[in-house]
Structures are given as C-alpha cells and as structure tokens.
Design a protein around this ligand. Sequence first.
Ligand code: T5A
Length: 210
Amino acid sequence: MQRGFFITLEGGEGAGKSTHLAFVQKWLQQTGRKVVVTREPGGTELGERIRELLLHARDIDISSESELLLMFAARAEHLNKFIKPALEKGKTVLCDRFTDATYAYQGGGRGVPRERIALLETWVQGDLRPDLTLLLDVPVEVGLERAGNRSAPDRFEREDGEFFQRVRKAYLDAAAREPERIRVVDAGQKLEQVEQQIAKILQEVIHARK
Ligand code: T5A
C-alpha cells in the first residue's frame, strides 16, 4: 500500500490555519481520500498535556532549550502513536503545525541554532518530512489582531512584535529554501480568496502525485 499523504499547515499567529484546516480537509475528502486531522504540539494524550504546559503555564519559567525539547518530546509521541500508523494505513494526515514551526519559533523567534533543531529533527523523525506544507503568510500586525480578537493571549502570543517578525522571516526563508514542498499562501486576503489559492495548490500537487 502506498504511504499516505502528509500535509501540514503553518503560519504565524492568527494566520488562519485552524480556519482553513476544515476547508483543506473537505477538499481532500471530496477526492475520495481518508483524512485524519491533528495538531502540534498535541495530537496524543501526552502531547496535549505538553501543549498545555507550553501554551498556558504562567507560574514556571521555561527556557528556550527546554521548550525545544518539549516540542520534540510531544512530536516523538505524536509520530509514533498517531502520524506514522495513519500514514502506513494509507491515510492522508493533515497536521496543524509541525517541525517548520520549531524552526520558525524556537529557531527564528528564540534564536536556537538551526543545527541543534536539525539534530533533533533527524533523531525523532528519521527521514519523514511532510509532502506538502501550506504556509499561510500574513503581516504580523494583521495576524496578531485577528488572534487577539478571538481569545486571551497564550505564552507565545504574549511575545512582542519583533519576535513575530523573526518568526515570519524564518518561515519565508524556509519556503525560499524548499519551494517545492513549502507553498506560500497570501493569507492577508479575504477568506474566499485564500481558499481559492489553497485549492489551486492542492489541485496541482495532487495531480503531480498521481
Ligand atoms: N509552536 C508550535 C512552537 O513554538 N513550536 C512548535 O514546534 C510548534 C508545533 C501553538 C503555539 O505553539 C507554537 C506556535 C504557537 O504559538 P496554535 O494554537 O497551534 O498554538 O497556533 P496559533 O497560531 O496560536 O493558532 P491561532 O488559532 O491563533 O491561529 P490560526 O489557527 O492561524 O488562526 P485562526 O484560523 O484561528 O484565525 C484567527 C481569526 O482570524 C479569522 C478567523 O475567523 C479567526 O477569528 N480569520 C480571518 N479573518 C479575515 N480574513 C481571513 N482571511 C481570515 N482568516 C482567519
């Protein structure tokens, strides 16, 4: 059986990942695929507990290194218990954030050296990488305003604008390095226009994979 298709959605705060995840899921299901949706950090019982710590711990100071290791601890669990088994069954896995977020937030945002992240990536993932990454790109101010309108800020959302400029730059640099896999979507446009861009990319990529 052919391994399932592994798709990730990435972008800064409030870029519209959760909003467009449902659109992507529906689009893929209409092509007859079995699609499972998940997220990082999270996706397993342990992963969700780590997520809670990383996003909402107010009373402990978490160093950049510990943050990085916790992200990969959650990821190791997620890969072994959820992502790999689903891919092996031929399912399409649609994941809200994955390792590109680590390069963007812990690398770009916090300044952890890329090589250190790459080491963990290889250790935890082997050669498994997403087949397609939709990078929803939006100016930092727009994303933060959208996210802020919706809920109280989490541990990351309390960072300043410069942190998020570095995150955005790290994402765009990654897309420039890997244009085949990481496809940039202008997420500053109206919802329908963002959906049209996503549908066009999915059409192209699915067609090429046949
Ligand atoms: N993290 C994660 C790391 O630091 N390292 C890692 O390795 C990983 C995996 C996770 C946090 O963890 C960090 C990054 C994150 O800070 P999260 O909840 O997954 O947190 O990510 P957030 O970015 O915080 O998620 P948000 O829900 O805030 O953003 P979304 O999902 O991108 O945005 P969404 O879809 O909820 O949209 C926000 C609002 O904007 C509106 C929506 O309706 C919604 O109200 N909207 C639009 N409005 C107008 N026009 C459009 N085109 C719109 N698109 C969305």
